[in-house]
Design a protein around this ligand. Structure first.
Ligand SMILES: O=C(O)CCC(=O)C(=O)O
Length: 265
C-alpha cells in the first residue's frame, strides 16, 4: 500500500515521459505494438549530416577515434526485435521493477516503478524541465534482463582494450537526454526513430543542463550560427550510430522508441 502511494506521488510530481500502454494484447504489426501508444509522433526528422555507411564497409575504421558514423545493416536483430514487442516485454517483465532516471545532464535522480505501471503515469513530453522528466534508460538489472540481452546481437566492432556494456530503454515521443558526454559506444533503435545531435569534445554546445532536448531544439537550435551547427541525424531500426570518445551528444525520440546502447569501456 505504501509502495502504491509512493508510485502515485511520483506520478503526480513528475511528467513521466517513459510510457508503456497497458493493452498488451494488441497486435504488434511491424511497430511491435508501440506505435499505437501515442496520439502523436514528431514528424520532423531534421537534416542528416553524419556519414552513413554500409555496415561491412572497411572504411568505417577511420571513424573510430575521429567522428560519428551511422552503419546500416550491421546486425540482424530480428529475434531480439520480436522479444521487444510491447506484448512480449509486458508479459515477461510487466511485474518487474525498473529504475527510471531524470532526463537532465548532471543530477540523475532515480524513481523505481513497476514496468507495467509506467503506463498509469502516461503523459506527454514536456518542453521544460529535464529534472522533472523521467526516462527509462539504463540502470537495467542485468540478472533480470539477461535472457533478453542474450538475444541482442551487438555491433561486431569494438575498440582495442574495451568491452561492451548494454543500456536498454523505452521512451515516448518528445523525450530524450540533453547534452552530455562519456566514452565511446553505439546506439541502436529497435522500434521508433531517434534524432541525435553531436559536437566534438572541444566544442561544448550551448545548453542548459536542466532543459530538455526538445526545449533546446525549439529555443536554441534555430538561432545557432552556421559554424555552431551540430552533427545530426535520425536513426531508424536497422541502423546503428557510433559515437567516439567524449563527444557531446543529445537525443530526441521522435516516436515511442525501444533502444539499446552498447558502451565501450
Ligand atoms: O538513447 C538515448 O536516448 C540516450 C543515449 C545516450 O545519451 C547515451 O548513450 O549516452
Amino acid at each position: 500500500m505504501e509502495y502504491n502511494t509512493a508510485v502515485f506521488t511520483a506520478c503526480a510530481q513528475f511528467v513521466l515521459l517513459c510510457f508503456i500502454g497497458i493493452k498488451a494484447a494488441e497486435p504488434s504489426g511491424d511497430g511491435g505494438g508501440w506505435s499505437s501508444d501515442s496520439g502523436f509522433r514528431l514528424q520532423d526528422e531534421g537534416d542528416c549530416n553524419i556519414d552513413i555507411l554500409d555496415g561491412f564497409s572497411l572504411s568505417h575504421q577511420q571513424y573510430a577515434y575521429s567522428r560519428p558514423v551511422i552503419l546500416r545493416g550491421l546486425t540482424d536483430n530480428t529475434r531480439f526485435r520480436s522479444l521487444c514487442s510491447k506484448a512480449s516485454l509486458l508479459e515477461e517483465y510487466g511485474a518487474r521493477k525498473v529504475r527510471l532516471s531524470t532526463a537532465n545532464t548532471f543530477s540523475y535522480r532515480k524513481v523505481i516503478l513497476l514496468f507495467q505501471w509506467t503506463s498509469l503515469c502516461r503523459s506527454m513530453w514536456t518542453i521544460c524541465c529535464g529534472r522533472k522528466t523521467l526516462y527509462f534508460f539504463g540502470d537495467n538489472n542485468f540478472t533480470e534482463w539477461q535472457s533478453l540481452f542474450e538475444q541482442y546481437e551487438s555491433p561486431p566492432y569494438v575498440l582495442p582494450h574495451t568491452s561492451g556494456a548494454y543500456s536498454f530503454g523505452i521512451a515516448g515521443p518528445g523525450t530524450g537526454v540533453p547534452f552530455h558526454w562519456h566514452g565511446p559506444g553505439y546506439s541502436e533503435v529497435i522500434y521508433g526513430r531517434k534524432r541525435w545531435f553531436l559536437y566534438p569534445p572541444d566544442r561544448e554546445p550551448h545548453f542548459h543542463p536542466n532543459r530538455t532536448t526538445l526545449s533546446w531544439l525549439r529555443d536554441t537550435y534555430p538561432h545557432l550560427p552556421e559554424e555552431e551547427a551540430p552533427l545530426e541525424c535520425t536513426i531508424r531500426p536497422g541502423e546503428v550510430l557510433y559515437f567516439p570518445d567524449r563527444w557531446w551528444h543529445a537525443t530526441l525520440n521522435l516516436d515511442t522508441s525501444v533502444f539499446i546502447s552498447t558502451f565501450l569501456g
